[in-house]
Design a binder for this molecule. Structure first.
Ligand code: SAH
Length: 211
């Protein structure tokens, strides 16, 4: 079929195609615009640091949930952080907020460019064509005062069973996960006062990225 339009990739994605994949003209690809659109594409020209593509028609393929999921999480470090981002992308989290709490460690200060790269890598792997949004780090107290999702859940050992939450199918939801040291009693009290429900995830303590 005749191409409808063209595109030129530069930066990381061009580098990956040229120097990691050793791509050559004729290669067929799927191109995501990160905003819900995707295109069948064919590589037409390899530049030194750019790649030209011929694109088929834009395909609107929805792979999102019918509601927004905000995940506020005290980020762990290193590989565990990467794993967390990957799973959040795969599970359809709409927006990830690095959460700063009383017992947070250095994770939330990670360079956001690195986190953005993890998001893109995970999206490519799982075919998600809409990028998970990465918010600026936020203090728990500010999350509690700003968040207006109809469903607001704070994971805390000993909280109500997950099955007791009424998950009205299309309501937006916000989920808060604490750091390795957990939320403090004060933080849990503040969250409850702000209308959050505390939820327990079983009788074992999970790594925060598992939770
Ligand atoms: N040391 C803490 C646990 C921290 S686990 C304590 O003993 O309380 C890190 C975060 O993961 C917690 O803040 C919570 O948000 C979540 N989490 C882990 N296991 C959980 C469980 N069984 N129920 C609910 N939340 C859990």
């Amino acid at each position: 079929a005749l191409p409808i339009s063209t595109a030129t990739l530069s930066g990381n994605e061009a580098h990956h195609l040229l120097h990691v994949m050793r791509a050559k003209p004729g290669l067929q690809l799927m191109l995501f615009d990160g905003q819900g659109g995707q295109y069948e594409a064919e590589l037409t020209h390899c530049g030194r640091s750019t790649v030209d593509l011929a694109l088929g028609p834009k395909q609107d393929i929805e792979r999102e949930h019918p509601f927004q999921i905000t995940l506020a999480v005290a980020l762990p470090k290193g590989d565990r952080q990467r794993w967390l981002i990957e799973k959040a992308v795969e599970l359809g989290v709409s927006r990830l907020i690095p959460l700063q709490t009383a017992r947070s460690t250095a994770g939330s200060e990670q360079a956001s460019s690195k986190l953005e790269r993890y998001i893109i890598e995970a999206s490519k792997q799982c075919g998600r064509n809409r990028l998970m949004q990465l918010a600026a780090p936020l203090k728990l107290i500010d999350l509690l005062s700003q968040d207006e999702s109809p469903i607001r859940i704070l994971a805390h050992p000993g909280g109500s069973p997950l099955a007791e939450i009424e998950w009205n199918s299309t309501e937006n939801r916000s989920l808060a996960i604490g750091p390795e040291g957990g939320f403090t009693d004060d933080e849990v009290t503040q969250a409850i006062e702000a209308g959050w429900k505390t939820v327990g995830l079983g009788s074992r303590i999970l790594r925060l990225e598992t939770a």
